[in-house]
Design a protein around this ligand. Structure first.
Ligand code: SF4
Length: 374
């Protein structure tokens, strides 16, 4: 299970070699913990820190740093530091460029949610919303062309499964948006409500219980259909993982889910457990509160819709989603979806609930040995 990492040191200098020394000291300590190798699922540094506490771990690091290896090694950065000068390859100011004609609402929304001024005057960053982190070959080649034409070849991937183009000339933002739109990548709303994040789940992860990507698609489609335009509502983040390990970051979402199962006689229903009120923004990390109820996977989009509607109708002026969760309490959220959590009998009528999203056959839990075993 994920947890919030305790602080080992508030600040560590890079230039004097301290950063590399401390990282290596941590690795050396971890490498000596043979007891962690007995169970692959426990072979994690977090298990060690949980057991001895961060203060004892820090004491071990200090002791490790007294070892001969520190004096014997070269921790200078001269040979290893890679500092590309991106500014050097930034595009020149274009002499001619396209401009939006009249009122272009879609572009205005894109500007509002996906474009930010870069620190260097005259440049913008453009965040490309990549649904479920999926790109087809044409989109990837197209993105390469956009980068060659407009960015000086600088981009960053984000933990929200998006791509940020950098060094885009302010004058070129409209052309970039048009080029992205032709690739099906010009959607506004990056990092907003409809920018749902999920791990691969059973699509490709052997540890997955449920199809988190399938659920992600279903929730995203529902949220787009709802056409929710309220500024506070748009700030809600929805994320899901295909199992409790949390690669889809469900625990820090405002509305998060992780995959589980519900046994009904001989049959099994793909299900999700919800977390509400998590956050990761502004340096403030908080895990969401886990709800008691298990929701059948096919009913999760209904639950999300009800909770969002509940928030919109009952919040006080200017109240953010997490503040609302804190004020009304998770029990109130549970009661809003009580009918959705009730178990059902297997029958022709509700057979759909026994099949996971994006699947055709009956659901069963098939977990293998994963690479990560988080
Ligand atoms: S191990 Fe990670 S990627 Fe795999 S299903 Fe679980 S949360 Fe998702």
């Amino acid at each position: 299970m994920p947890r919030i990492a305790p602080t080992l040191y508030e600040f560590v200098e890079l230039g004097n070699g301290d950063y590399l020394k401390i990282v290596e000291a941590c690795l050396r300590i971890f490498d000596r913990q043979d007891w962690l190798r007995e169970n692959r699922a426990r072979a994690r540094i977090k298990v060690l820190v949980d057991k001895i506490g961060i203060d004892a771990f820090r004491a071990q690091v200090e002791e490790e740093l007294e070892g001969d290896w520190v004096r014997e090694r070269d921790f200078s950065l001269d040979q290893i530091l890679f500092e590309p000068n991106e500014e050097e390859s930034a595009p020149d100011r274009p002499e001619t460029y396209a401009r939006p004609g009249g009122e272009d609402r879609e572009f205005s929304r894109f500007l509002e949610s996906n474009v930010a001024p870069q620190r260097q005057t005259g440049f913008s960053t453009v965040e490309v919303k990549i649904t479920r982190g999926d790109l087809d070959p044409d989109q990837l080649r197209g993105l390469g062309q956009v980068m060659r034409d407009y960015t000086g070849l600088s981009a960053r991937t984000t933990v929200q499964q998006n791509l940020v183009l950098r060094w885009v000339r302010d004058e070129s933002v409209y052309e970039v948006w048009r080029a992205l739109s032709e690739l099906g990548l010009g959607d506004a709303g990056a990092d907003e409500l409809t920018d749902v994040v999920s791990c691969p789940g059973t699509d490709s992860c052997k540890l997955g219980i449920t199809s988190s990507m399938g659920l992600s698609q279903a929730i995203q489609e529902r949220l787009v259909q709802l056409e929710l335009d309220d500024e506070l509502t748009r700030r809600i983040h929805v994320k899901m993982s295909g199992c409790p390990n949390g690669c889809g970051q469900h625990h820090i979402a405002n509305i998060g889910f992780y995959g589980a199962s519900l046994k009904v006689g001989e049959h099994t229903i793909p299900a999700y457990i919800a977390h509400l009120g998590g956050t990761y923004e502004g340096g403030d990390v908080r895990y969401g509160q886990r709800l008691k109820a298990r929701l059948p996977a096919k009913r999760v989009p209904d639950a999300v819709e009800r909770w969002v509607r509940f928030y919109e109708s009952d919040r006080v002026h200017g109240e953010e989603f997490n503040a609302f969760v804190d004020r009304v309490g998770t029990t109130e959220f549970e009661s809003r979806v009580k009918d959705l959590t009730l178990p059902m009998q297997f029958s022709l009528e509700n057979m759909n609930n026994f099949i996971d999203w994006n699947r055709n056959g009956p659901f069963e839990v098939q977990r293998g040995e994963g690479e990560c075993a988080v």
